[in-house]
Design a protein around this ligand. Structure first.
Ligand SMILES: [Cu+2]
Length: 116
């Protein structure tokens, strides 16, 4: 690969990454044999990162606890809730509607998922 082409591809990849930094990939959906996007929200220093994401209905979100204390992910009206996640643990769910959520252990921690 020549250098100008390699630089162009790098710029494209960096731009794509900035636009969807929470999007880590696609997973095969065995029910539809289509691919479903998988978004990632990390929990770092008592905050959800990113705190707001936009997804399509049926896409998945994985929460990963990168913090040193336990956290959970609780929908505002408790429509859904993860188990408490220790350091390094993750929880994945399929998003069907927009939701505001928080950590029930530390209620100041808040996040938002918007289904477009
Ligand atoms: Cu917490």
């Amino acid at each position: 690969m020549n250098w100008p082409l390699r630089i162009s591809l790098t710029i494209i990849l960096l731009t794509a990454d900035r636009n969807a930094s929470h999007l880590i990939g696609y997973q095969n959906n065995p029910n539809t044999s289509s691919f479903v996007a998988n978004h990632v929200v990390e929990v770092r220093q008592m905050a959800f990162v990113p705190s707001s994401i936009t997804v399509r209905k049926g896409e998945r979100v994985t929460f990963i606890n990168r913090d040193i204390v336990r956290h959970d992910i609780t929908e505002e009206k408790k429509a859904w809730q993860s188990r408490p996640l220790g350091t390094g643990k993750s929880w994945t769910f399929t998003v069907m509607r927009s939701a505001d959520y928080y950590c029930s252990i530390h209620p100041v921690m808040k996040g938002k998922i918007t289904v477009k």
